[in-house]
Ligand binder design. Structure first.
Ligand SMILES: [Mn+2]
Length: 365
């Protein structure tokens, strides 16, 4: 069987106030072409179908059209929920699965012919604890429990599908601004080697296409560039052949690219410079050496989809400022700020005690 691995669709995503819906529609059509041209049997989406827990009508319609396409062409879908997907996305799963559409919100295996898809949708450690009623100490312990529970049939082609931050031997991954790395100080460190028995590991969450240690353990990457930290990361989907156990990357070319341009306003508004770009249609970030009066309006006149202006000197100032803040606050206070930013609420006293005990080691034992 031919299996297409993609992830991080983030349908409905806005970037700097611009809707990317038509770009997403365009790229989904490209993926449909790839599915047909390569005789793909199964599409795997390794989480983050939508950008928000409550997806917009337009985003839902776009996904609905894709499901119709798959159904019409008799393709299978194996899709797990990522950290961005609300659990209501799976609400029709019990009906859809009879049409070979699997939208998976709890750990489970799906067998299609000789292929077993072991799926672990995104969960934090508390959700794993509640679901299995087990007192897992680490996230890795929870994942290992699920793998044991799944078991393993070596007579089949085994694909593992998961959505989280996995590393190999503590090596750092290529990250981008649009992912949230909620692993603090290695607390929830997940090593892909726990999946070593699998023939292919289809991961989602990191937006840059990359292998994790082993060639067949991969993040497919997002379908579009979703932040300016991804300007140099070209997008693709992976096509895996379950017979030969080989795979290849098929590039995705966007309707409108995300591009960095660097120079003074005078340089960037010079025709000799901008005629080399799709300046009327692409999304741009202008990186200026210093702030200039009216930079926004001058640049916007040439580049209608200018999204951001970055001043190089400001970066340094921000770093110095952050360092100053860090020096003045203790770890607990810094963690509380981080928690507040991630969870959008104040840390409770009980949680503070836990942080003190495990992260800082300040507990009185
Ligand atoms: Mn994610």
């Amino acid at each position: 069987m031919k299996i297409l691995h993609t992830a991080d669709l983030h349908l409905g995503k806005m970037l700097n106030g611009y809707s990317l819906l038509e770009d997403q529609e365009y790229i989904i059509k490209k993926i449909e072409d790839i599915i047909l041209a390569n005789n793909v049997d199964v599409v795997v989406i390794a989480g983050d179908i939508f950008d928000r827990a409550i997806a917009s009508k337009e985003a839902l319609d776009l996904f609905g059209d894709f499901l119709n396409f798959l159904n019409k062409n008799k393709k299978y879908l194996i899709s797990i929920l990522g950290n961005h997907d609300g659990d209501r996305v799976a609400y029709l799963n019990h009906i859809l699965k009879y049409n070979n559409i699997h939208i998976i919100d709890e750990p489970q295996k799906v067998k299609i012919d000789n292929c077993i898809f072991s799926c672990i949708p995104y969960r934090n450690i508390h959700q794993f604890k509640d679901y299995y009623n087990e007192d897992f100490k680490t996230l890795e312990e929870a994942y290992k429990y699920v793998l044991d529970d799944f078991g393993y049939d070596s007579s089949c082609f085994n694909m593992l599908v998961a959505h989280d931050y996995f590393t190999y031997n503590m090596e750092k991954l290529i990250e981008s601004e649009s992912e949230i790395n909620y692993n603090v100080g290695g607390l929830d460190y997940l090593d892909v080697l726990m999946f070593k028995d699998y023939d292919y590991v289809a991961l989602g969450h990191m937006h840059t296409s990359q292998k994790v240690g082993l060639d067949n353990f991969r993040y497919s990457g997002s379908i579009l560039k979703y932040s300016f930290s991804e300007v140099n990361s070209n997008k693709s989907v992976v096509i895996v052949d379950s017979e030969t156990k080989e795979f290849n990357l098929v590039p995705l070319t966007p309707k409108r690219d995300l591009v960095d341009i660097k120079g003074t306003v005078e340089e960037l508004t010079n025709e000799v410079f901008y005629k080399n770009y799709n300046y009327k249609t692409d999304f741009f970030r202008a990186i200026l050496p210093t702030n200039e009066v009216n930079a926004y309006f001058s640049l916007k006149a040439i580049y209608p989809y200018l999204m951001e202006i970055k001043i190089e000197e400001a970066k340094e100032t921000k770093r110095v400022l952050e360092k100053k803040i860090a020096q003045e606050k203790d770890y607990l206070e810094l963690f509380s700020m981080f928690y507040n930013e991630m969870e959008n609420k104040e840390i409770s006293l009980e949680e503070k005690e836990i942080v003190k005990k495990y992260l800082i080691g300040g507990g009185e034992e």
